[in-house]
Design a protein around this ligand. Structure first.
Ligand SMILES: NC(=O)c1ccc[n+]([C@@H]2O[C@H](COP(=O)([O-])OP(=O)(O)OC[C@H]3O[C@@H](n4cnc5c(N)ncnc54)[C@H](OP(=O)(O)O)[C@@H]3O)[C@@H](O)[C@H]2O)c1
Length: 292
């Protein structure tokens, strides 16, 4: 089976590609941006005609919210147009396997109550990136109803690369720099490996198409999550954490936290943020020393 994974010079797709290759038995196509430019229909078609993927995990995107706001036209072309072009190719070339692509928990930015967001909720996202992701979900569903849009939360691991939830905690503890975390915010963060493992499970499942909340359950509000995560990381580093997490309150409550019922119903489970961080620290302890 040949699986096309896009965006492998980026954070998540590199982890997903490596995980798919771990057990052998799968062929992973991982073209560079230059080999497959998702803003070009011709590039997508030529790639499909030449390589005939059996399934797609589309993760290439402009993933930085600020960059999207600064480059509106390009980001729409990549983040909304890209998934739609690839889904059209998958349909045109009669691809038999699944089409999975990255959406985001940012689609829930319009939620100003402390509750869990469900896939069926009506949405009013508050930033351009999230609106592009939502438009991609709708556009792809119209072309390929079996496709799954994965609403991912903020992911982390300890490998070299961009900063993330866990690396920020490590740096804050090492520098003994306090942080303020909101008591009226609900959200979760998930270890990227868990996401990769669960993507493979979904790829080979007969789960119905549509949008899936694809990240861990919230551990508590952001202040409670940080308190527990700091304890955990402090222990791993052998450093004190007392007084480093301070409570804050936003003017308006907000929740990106995702309900788990739909994803659990297809046999897929995620750890909560703190358990996910513990799992990551256990597997990737070798990288701790490098994070300063
Ligand atoms: N990271 C997170 O915590 C997070 C959270 C929620 C959702 N997501 C979503 O998950 C996916 C993966 O995120 P990530 O953090 O791994 O992204 P990333 O590190 O920014 O990587 C993005 C990748 O997309 C490629 N790309 C950009 N424009 C392209 C184009 N026109 N054609 C082909 N490739 C192109 C980039 O290649 P070049 O660098 O060579 O241009 C890079 O390989 C994205 O859809 C993102 O929106 C991520």
């Amino acid at each position: 089976m040949k699986i096309l994974v896009t965006g492998t010079s980026g954070f998540l797709a590199a982890r997903v590609r490596d995980y798919l290759l771990e057990d052998g038995g799968l062929e992973v196509l991982s073209p560079s941006h230059a080999e497959l430019d998702v803003t070009s229909s011709d590039s997508c078609k030529v790639y499909f005609e030449t390589h005939h993927p059996d399934a797609v995990i589309h993760l290439a995107a402009i993933s930085d919210i600020g960059e999207c706001a600064r480059n509106e036209e390009l980001s729409r072309d990549v983040n909304t147009g890209g998934p739609i072009r690839l889904a059209s190719c998958a349909k045109e070339y009669g691809m038999t396997g699944r089409f999975l692509f990255a959406s985001s928990d940012q689609v829930y930015t319009g939620t100003h109550e402390l509750r869990l967001n469900r896939e069926t909720d009506s949405l009013a996202p508050e930033n351009l990136y999230a609106r592009e992701k939502l438009a991609a979900e709708e556009g792809v569903a119209a072309i390929l109803p079996s496709a799954c849009a994965l609403r991912l939360d903020w992911m982390f691991d300890l490998k070299p690369g961009k900063s993330n939830f866990l690396k920020n905690i490590i740096r804050s503890i090492r520098g003994q720099n306090p942080v303020r975390c909101a008591v009226n915010e609900l959200r979760a963060e998930t270890y990227a490996r868990e996401v990769a493992v669960n993507m493979k499970a979904l790829l080979f499942s007969d789960a119905p198409g549509g949008a899936y909340n694809f990240g861990g359950p919230a551990y508590g509000n952001s202040y409670e999550t940080a308190l527990s995560a700091y304890e955990l990381v402090g222990e791993a580093l052998g450093l004190p954490v007392a007084g480093l997490v301070l409570p804050a309150e936003y003017d308006t409550p907000c929740s990106l936290a995702m309900d788990q019922e739909k994803i659990n119903s297809v046999g897929i489970r995620f750890r909560d943020t703190v358990a996910s961080a513990a799992f990551c620290l256990e597997r990737e302890a070798e990288y701790l020393i490098e994070i300063r």
